[in-house]
Unconditional design. Sequence first.
Length: 664
Amino acid sequence: MSLPASDPPERRRVIIGNVTPQVDGGRYAVKRVVGDTVNVEADAYAEGHDEITVLLMHRAESEDKWHPVEMRPGYDARWYGEFRVEAMGNYYFTVMAWPDKFRTWSRDLAKRVEAKQDVQLELVIGAGMMREAATNAPTAEARRLKTRADALVREDRPQNLRADMALDEALIPTMHAYAARQPLTVYEIEQRVFVDRRRAQFSAWYELFPRSTAPIPGKHGTFKTTIAWLPYISQMGFDVLYLPPVHPIGTVNRKGPNNNPESKKGDAGSPWAIGSAAGGHKAVAPELGTLDDFKALVEAAKGRDMEVALDIALQCAPDHPYVKEHPQWFKHRPDGSIRYAENPPKLYQDIYPIDFETEDWQALWDELESIFRFWIDQGVKIFRVDNPHTKPFAFWEWLIERIKKDHPEVLFLAEAFTRPRTMESLAKLGFSQSYTYFTWRTQKWDLEQYITQLTTPPVSDYFRPNFWPNTPDILHDFLQHGGRPAFVIRLVLAATLGASYGIYGPAFELGLHTAREPGTEEYADSEKYEVKHWDVSDPGSLQHLIARINRVRQDNPALQRNDTLKLLHIDNENLLAYMKTSADDENVVICIVNLDPYNTQGGTLQVPWWELGMEKEEAYQMHDMLDSAYYNWRGEWNYVQLNPGVLPAHVFSLKRSSRPASAQ
């Protein structure tokens, strides 16, 4: 069933504007997850003093019927309505409104009755409206409306009784349903909402190189040895196991340790130099096992309520089969050689970038799409995409729309450390999540400004952040010099500021902090270029704290969303304080983090009692879910002190000693 059309512009009386949420005027979809409530607002008003009715109209793409929701008026012509999204895929909504003659008549009739005026003519007018509505109503409703209309105009009955009948509240929904909606204004743009599964919003990622999972030092790990790591990763509470590329690694210009352009026999090379005689993007490195071994890993992870996310890097090693089969897909120098990748001053001699400006672009796009579909067929539903900002926006919009049409459950994480507008554009085009600049935000003012931007509309309507304190490419100076407290600080911030976060392990939990050289963010002896052996039984490991914080995230709905984050006032620039609440406000989490890894810091925190439905001097209990301590607090201002050498953060659950009966 299509929406009714607006009356001609010269006949419309209601103006509708400033409809939210929307992304770029409806050019792109708003993002939500299954079970969310979409809160819609709009400005709607008409000239004069007539009452208007405003309807929010919504439907799932699979439905023919639109569902109406009567919107509620607020301040200054702002109207509010909402609807729930219950399944993955596209939903649509818009707003329509009209002058409501019956409501206007009822309002004015009530005033006239109160002023003891003669209302005989008004009753005749009302009866006429009811008879008109009856022509649109089913037989039973039409009969009741006509009977009521006849009763209103019977002058042999007292006028005050007939007026009471006219003002019967039960009439309003019937008249609302069947009275003429003219002149009608329908907001001209149908807004789209794309609904993902819940993991698009709430997830904990663990990055692991399968080749470094062998139990014996000096041996090359496999998919089978990676399966043996699943209990360890699962016990820490991660639900996404992210693997760097698992394809054959090129032998031509293979990199040696520490990005050395010269390699020797036995050097493992970079997994991002994809392709060799053993195959390309649809093959697995023989050293890791077979495709069946990979699928066994996917199934084993699934058995522990985890998913395998796969890195897709659309680039090729010089000996990738594409280079020989499709030389037109690469840029050639005047001497006929193919240009390798560069990001001056960095050189990537082991990688050929794909030329998206090729005349053979359609065949190229089709082939690249087939890579994603191949791995979806192997059970992969989450992709971390390497450097998507270096490929055309039009390609990503085309690809993601096609994939999600057939597989709405598939998620895409954009690894795009680039200009904010570019990162945001990729999110608008369909990427489910994105890396962020969280890694480089270490000061209070910087974190506050950045997190506010990411968690409030319009950005939060389409951009879902995924916070990473480290990656194989990034060892921030804060981690290089801040010791164990620095790792704890960044862990707590990433896991509680964001509903989705990840770590590159085991480097993170083991506190790996040595840079290749001063002033660089590259790890010394980086795992990107060599096989490692990790001793995760190290007593200094953060694995138990990580497990605790992931358990806290699972147990507290407030930490599973970003839209309720509120920064709190605390009188120390080294302390960051913030609050998150669940959708029903039943779960309140307050975090205070010492941003100084070297010194104890203290300050007085303002608890916003007025936003929590509390009394100003009410007593309540704060349960620190990191160390299980309990604190009895009262009122608006309370003092905290955090020693980074012990635990540089509080993650409090606020427990009221008593709640009003209406809130229970």
